[in-house]
Design a protein around this ligand. Sequence first.
Ligand SMILES: [Ca+2]
Ligand SMILES: [Ca+2]
Length: 192
Amino acid sequence: MGSRLAKQQKEEINKLVTKLSLSDEDRDYTVDTFRKFCRFNMKTMSRDDFKDFLAMMNMTSYNELLISAVFQVLDTNADGELSASEFIKYFILLIRFPVATKVQIVFDIIDRDSSGCIELAEIRRYYHDLATSRAYLVGARDSRQLTDRDIDKLFSQIDSDSNKKVDAKEFEQHARTSGPELLQLLDAYIED
Ligand SMILES: [Ca+2]
Ligand SMILES: [Ca+2]
């Protein structure tokens, strides 16, 4: 690994650790898991690496379509690879971790351009990518295709001050009052 890249990756991880207030143990555990699955180039995770990771997590219901959809949703800088922080966010969603942290993570993932707000196009994209591919593997109960109108309605529910942007506060409020549906699209593990 080139030292410049190593440095860049370290900074990215440190930023995430600070933002999510991860303990040293959490940091080491998640970074170690990331490194373990970076088989091809040792610094980013390819789709194949990611597939191996899902198998390790026993996520056997994931078909190729859903694997691609989740990978694309997580690859927020769209470079075709998962960086350490892109991967770690998802890993945290799957393991035992405070729900508040998971809400923060999903907000960040949906806010793809890191503007600090979720715009309508971002939530449409998130829903389309995940709900559409999911329809192929779940039963009829959940396979209803969401229309743009449904998503727009959801957006205005979350956007409580109606300024056409969802900020972190509105998003948290929605998750608290309406349940973790948006988190579950990424299979976030929620304790009872
Ligand atoms: Ca990426
Ligand atoms: Ca945004």
